[in-house]
Design a protein around this ligand. Structure first.
Ligand SMILES: NC(=O)c1ccc[n+]([C@@H]2O[C@H](COP(=O)([O-])OP(=O)(O)OC[C@H]3O[C@@H](n4cnc5c(N)ncnc54)[C@H](OP(=O)(O)O)[C@@H]3O)[C@@H](O)[C@H]2O)c1
Length: 328
């Protein structure tokens, strides 16, 4: 029998890291179609910050965190996908992963192969499936493409750069420090630009002999919008998929025309793993590139669940590299 209570992060309002409280709460019971998973590792993601600070509103009181890996310890009525004892992971909520256990719908979880550690899964599921849909489905990265990836030493960044390079792309990454540049170079970046000090678009033109890149993957948002648009070649694709520096301001369609008949999309993982079939396919593709060694999962730092405020400060303060875990 599980403990009747567990430790979990709770919020009763939006705000800074100080709104994150560790509470003792009842262990949740799975409803119809749901499983309860006992967490072995929890993934920290930038979206958790948007949800904590209210950019992406939640209904309070609430838990936080969308991603974890562990073992099924109870199943609700009608569950067919998993049984008690299965190793599983999930990456698309509902919020509440920052806890010793959580209840998720069976359709939102995937079975973990025996060779994928819980820590690897919690470090890679959300970020790695994001990389999967970005390089394979939003834009089909192929041999010979030059591409631009902002925040290249971050959680998504390191996975995305390695994956794109393994597909034959020339990867140009941007980072905030020399130490991050080193890490990005050893994880798929052919060229690294320090975007706080250098003119990104000018550097990109120089690296690509004036051509520009086929696609700009931009998770930084407001601060990098102009650099991304100005780095693209004719009919290039601007993929704005995050807002680490703030949301992208409204954009005139004519700006896309002037940039060379550019395309723009604002995708979110949840629309690319909307069905169990899409979720399984994306996860399997991720496990395959991890298994083959094409993508190494870099766990840059691990915090105890009790240190969740420090973990948020580090991620929001650009102090982390690669993936960040919370240990339940
Ligand atoms: N749309 C989707 O489907 C989807 C899915 C997953 C993640 N995302 C987005 O992808 C991004 C990366 O997520 P992640 O969890 O892997 O985080 P992360 O990249 O590990 O952390 C964010 C990084 O952004 C850079 N950054 C630049 N300006 C910043 C600023 N003003 N404040 C904070 N960070 C800044 C920092 O790297 P430097 O120090 O090198 O600048 C920082 O380390 C986030 O924007 C996230 O929302 C989107």
């Amino acid at each position: 029998m599980p403990d009747a209570t567990m430790r979990a992060v709770r919020l009763d309002r939006a705000g800074g890291p100080e709104v994150l409280e560790i509470a003792t709460v009842p262990v949740p019971e799975p409803g119809p179609g749901q499983v309860r998973i006992r967490h072995h590792a929890i993934g920290l993601n930038f979206i958790d910050i948007y949800q904590r600070d209210g950019l992406y509103p939640l209904t309070y009181p609430t838990g936080l965190g969308l991603e974890a890996a562990g073992v099924v310890e109870a199943v609700g009525e009608g569950v067919t996908r998993f049984a008690v004892g299965d190793r599983i992971a999930y990456a698309n909520g509902p919020p509440g992963a920052y806890a010793e256990a959580h209840v998720v719908h069976q359709d939102r979880a995937v079975r973990l192969p025996g060779d994928i550690a819980f820590e690897t899964a919690a470090a890679a599921m959300l970020k790695g499936m994001t990389a999967e849909y970005l390089v394979q489905r939003v834009f089909h990265v192929k041999q010979g493409d030059a591409i631009l990836v902002h925040a290249a030493a971050g959680g998504v960044g390191l996975i995305l750069c390695q994956w794109a390079q393994s597909l034959g792309a020339t990867v140009i990454g941007t980072v905030g420090s020399e130490a991050k540049a080193e890490l990005a170079r050893s994880h798929g970046c052919d060229h690294v630009i320090l975007y706080d000090r250098e003119d990104v678009a000018a550097q990109v033109r120089e690296i690509t002999a004036g051509e520009g890149v086929a696609v700009a993957y931009d998770s930084v948002g407001a601060a990098t919008l102009e650099a991304s648009l100005s780095s693209l070649h004719r009919r290039g694709m601007f993929v704005t998929y995050g807002n680490a520096s703030g949301p992208v301001p409204p954009l005139e369609p004519l700006r896309l025309s002037r940039g060379g008949s550019l395309f723009m999309t604002r995708p979110t993982l949840f629309d690319y793993v909307a069905t169990p079939e899409e979720l399984d396919a994306s996860a399997q593709a991720l496990f395959a590139v991890i298994r083959s060694g094409q993508v190494k999962i870099e766990i840059g730092q691990t915090f105890a669940l009790d240190q969740v405020r420090q973990a948020h400060e580090a991620l929001a303060g650009r102090k982390t590299v690669g993936s960040t875990l919370l240990a339940p």
